[in-house]
Design a protein around this ligand. Structure first.
Ligand SMILES: N[C@H](CCC[C@H](N)C(=O)O)C(=O)O
Length: 246
């Protein structure tokens, strides 16, 4: 089987396409293992679809299935275009969270995320003010003045209590810096797309950032989040790292 490794702002994925729709959770655990496998935060399986250009199955590195993954939507769009799985650089594909539209321009990919759903406007826990929103998958967001306040043990506790990813966001000079503890990776990743979207949305609704804002994850790579007619757009570079046949 041929697998392609992508990095989307440091959030990395293994991608392949197949006609066989089955449970690939054990493949995800094996392939994503950073010492005995290729190593990645997640596995994306592309499968034909009669309702869209294709559909995907997304697995975190622990083998858990997730409805959506913002960074993987950018990587998979690039993969589909450059592997001739689609006939245009504009495509739409089905995820567990719904239909995603994307636009590929060389190594820059913009995707339209699914409509956000606020789960809990705000609550205090562990000394922080939290907001819980689903931007394809559930995200806890707290806005802080110092990202060093990010705490692994608190994130792990919040992750399990709320079954959500956990984001610490700092706003400075109109941009957002984000650190994310990712559910299913069970640790901090270098970037989390739906997490950056959740932080952007929260900051925008509080009037702290404009409708188009640069967001910087742990990797320091620049992403652009935009809110246009109530829809979130997510744009940034992706990198095809290598292809291998195992
Ligand atoms: N770990 C997430 C899925 C991947 C989200 C993230 N990698 C992104 O880019 O949105 C979850 O299980 O909820």
């Amino acid at each position: 089987m041929t697998y392609t490794k992508y990095s989307a702002s440091g959030n990395d994925f293994i991608i392949f396409h197949t006609f066989i729709e089955k449970d690939y959770s054990l493949d995800a655990i094996k392939l994503c293992n950073r010492t005995e496998g290729i190593g990645a935060d997640g596995l994306v399986v592309i499968i034909p679809s009669s309702q869209a250009d294709f559909k995907w199955l997304f697995y975190n590195s622990d083998g858990s299935n997730a409805a959506m993954c913002g960074n993987a939507t950018r990587a998979v769009s690039h993969y589909a275009f450059f592997n001739n799985l689609v006939s245009s650089n504009e495509m739409q594909f089905l995820t567990g969270a719904g239909l995603i539209k994307s636009f590929v321009e060389n190594d820059i990919v913009e995707t339209q995320l699914t409509a956000p759903k606020v789960i809990n406007e705000e609550f205090i826990q562990g000394g922080f003010l939290w907001h819980l929103v689903d931007t394809g998958v559930p995200h806890l967001v707290t806005i802080v003045d110092d990202l060093e306040l990010y705490n692994h043990d608190l994130c792990a506790k919040m992750r399990y209590e709320h079954n959500a990813n956990v984001n610490f966001a700092k706003i400075e000079n109109g941009i957002i810096k984000v650190r994310t503890y990712e559910r299913g990776v069970e640790g901090e990743t270098l970037a989390c797309g739906t997490g950056m979207a959740a932080c952007f949305l929260r900051a925008n609704e509080l009037g702290l950032v404009k409708n188009t804002t640069f967001v910087y994850p742990k990797s320091g790579e620049e992403l652009t989040l935009s809110l246009r007619n109530g829809t979130i757009y997510f744009k940034g570079a992706v990198k095809k790292v290598f292809t291998t046949t195992i």
